[in-house]
Design a protein around this ligand. Sequence first.
Ligand SMILES: Nc1ncnc2c1ncn2[C@@H]1O[C@H](COP(=O)(O)OP(=O)(O)OP(=O)(O)O)[C@@H](O)[C@H]1O
Length: 948
Amino acid sequence: MEENVSRPSGLKPPATKLPTSITFSSSYRNQGLHEITDSQNNARSQYTTAGSAGGVKRNAPAPGGNILKSSKTTAAHSRVKAAVPDAKRKPSTTGIEYQGKPSGTLIAGAKTVKGTSLKDLNRPPSVNAGSFRQLSNSSFTSNSSYASSLGPNARPPSRSHTRARSATTKLARPATSIGTREDGQGSNGKEPHQPASSAFTAQRGKQSTRKSGKTLRRPKSALGLLSSKSSCPPMETEREASLINSFNHMSLNTEGGHEQGGQASSKLNENFESFNMPPPPMTPRKGGNKSSYAPKHINEEPQNSQVAPETPSGRQLLQNLGDSINALTPIVQRLSLNTLEEEKMELQSDRALLKDQLLDAERQARRLQYDLEEQQSQYERRYKILDEDHKRELELRAEEFRRETDKNEKLQQEFESRCGAEAEARLESLSQDNKELRSTLERQKRDYDHEVRQLHEVVQRRDADVRRIEDELRKANNERFDLHAQIRGNNETIERLRKRAEDAEERLSKDKGHLGGQISLLSSTIDLKSERIQTLEEHAKKLQTDCALEISSIKLAAEEKIANETAFLRERLIKEEERRHKLFEQVQELKGNIRVMCRIKPPSDPEKDALIPFKPQWNEIDDDKIDGLTIPTFREDPTNPGKMVPSKPRDFNFERVFDEKCNNGDVFDEISQLVQSVMDGKKVCIFCYGQTGSGKTFTMSKRQGDGDDGVIPRTQGMIFSEMERLKTLGWEYTVEGSYLEVYQDKLYDLLASRHSKPEPLTVDPIGDELKIKGHDFTLLHDARDLDDMIKVADNNRHVAATVKNDRSSRSHSILVLKVSGVKKDENGEIIRTRKGTLNLIDLAGSEKPDKNGPDQVYKEGVQINSSLSYLRTVLSSLGQGKTEGVDFRSYTLTQLLRPSLGKGCRTLMFVMVSPLKENENETIRSLEFARDAQKVKMGGNGAAKSQK
Ligand SMILES: Nc1ncnc2c1ncn2[C@@H]1O[C@H](COP(=O)(O)OP(=O)(O)OP(=O)(O)O)[C@@H](O)[C@H]1O
């Protein structure tokens, strides 16, 4: 791991370049691998040691890699390659800093060293074997393998020492081999295994580092030797020291009989193995202890060299190593002890400083640790308390909840047991109250809204008023301005006129004298004229009196003449009226008591409907009118069964036939004389008979304001206009009315209120007049009263939808109008009276009751058919000349019609027929019935006579 820790000592890596002057002789070229490998090993050892001293693991720096590159040795190359990346790392905190590209130069330098000076170097006596052993030991030992390198009996460094080392990662171990102590401890034997050379090298490196920014000092004597011929810069890098260190260690291990020699030797072997080289055979040292080993070539005599051929390179390596040791030893000796002492002191002081710092940091760390632990325990205590509080709180809440739940349940039970019904009733009444309250509120809200709307409207009106007043004000202002302008103009005009008047007055006074003569002349003339006028006026008055006398005499004569003529004409009119009346009566007599007219309803779709092929019979006198119908009939050919052949056509002759082109106006024109006869005091009955949907109600009652009103509306108009007309002849008429209905053979007043079920009325069978028990007629003052009465009755009449008619009359309706007229003389004495009755009857339609229809409609149909059937029976009896024994009382309808079929009654029957082929049978039946009715001739005393 690259070390990035700050440098507590403030040491800086060396700024100087690595030595470039060390060269090796060409004779080493072939052995360069070994030498360089050893160098590398030394270098690695150095760095390892240095790293160890600082407590930081460190890999080999770049120089080694470069060295290997330069040596062109494959094995070494591959080994060192692994170290190459580390070479790019930042140099160790030992203060060693590599700059530039020193490796190539280093190799060159190494060659020089090899070739020139190594053999010449003198081995200093103090640093030979011991130093070498120590160097060797250090070279193959790292801090991490401290125990293994020192042996199982080795005592590890003291704790304080280790701490100091780790704290002062960059401090080198004291070089005990040179008699120095590290902060006073290294010398007391507490670190007996501390390799001196290693420490020295480290210190050397440190020293160089401490001289940061300067050229590293170096042992000039040694370097001087090395560079004596090559003029290279003095060797002053750790590499040099490392080399020395490595060899010293090796020497110490192999020759010094160090107790860890065996271990060092084995480590050396490992290193050799790591280079894929067989380790040199190690033999126990002569005279040394058993654990002391040295390379064979060192301990053994040349006769052992017979082994050499097996491991020539190892032997050669060892030989070279030995040479190197010999060469380096004097260098080590020449190192300045004084300088080292100084540096040592400095380092020691730095170390003490760093140690203090370390102690402070440790104290601080302990304090922080203590604080942390204290806080943690506090936190745990607090957590525990809170947890317990929380649990207690939860239990309390749970208990409280249980208590509340129990209480609620008890209350609920109590409430249900005690107040269930009462509460419901109370709830009910409350909800009722609530509803009422709500409705009251809604009503109030509606009232309020209404009031607000009204107020809003008032405000709007007021606003409009205000706007209008403002407009008026504006106009008034404008007018005021105009008036002011006019006044100003007038004033100006007055002023002008005044001036003109003054001018005129002035002129007048001038002319006054002149006019005075003329005035007196004129005055005399006027007097003369006045006399003349007076004379003339007297004459005119005389003439006027004469004229007035003459005019009054003429007027009297004329009035007398007019009165005479009027009386004559009136008498004549009355006579004519009486004559007309007689004639009308005669005509009516001639026409018979029951007159029958037929009306054919127009088809709703003439194009598609299959129609009965009616053949009209035109009236011989009035060829605009039809008075008969022929209906072709067919019968089965007896000679050819299944084939239909024409048979004798059926002829029906009536007083008048209205075809589909006729409207209600045409019909009323024909019957208006009957209405007239009512005014003459006759009893008239007009009734409509026919199949359901054939147009009875359409003919009688239609009132749609399209100018085609039916008989009843037109009659209404005619009666009241006749009343007015006859009034001029001295007649005063009153009209009373009643509207009745025969429903399910019971008589009802259609004008009675329908709020309650109406009570049926009873027909009084006695007499020729239609009398109904307990029923009063309504006095109709004018046409409007009659109109209102008809409307009420129309609304009350029973109608229902049937197959043939959406609005079918389910009852027979009778409008009865009693018309009474009196004529008085000059004295107010009644001299004549007339009492006419008009019955306008709209019968319910004959029909084939539909069993599939609604029950009520079916029942009504049956009842309608029964009553009509009985009417046919009665009419048939009357038509057959029966005068006695005809029972009118079996059905209410015939009871009602009895007075209309008696003496002096004029009855008109309308038979309504459908033109549709599908209704042909019913049409023929109706026509046959009408034909029978036509034969009836009413006799005297309420009996009917048959007309032959
Ligand atoms: N002459 C006509 N011209 C045009 N439409 C007619 C005529 N006669 C009858 N109708 C129509 O035929 C329908 C049936 O007529 P209406 O109600 O008068 O028959 P009804 O004989 O009175 O039937 P019910 O006996 O069932 O009361 C109505 O819609 C009516 O307007």
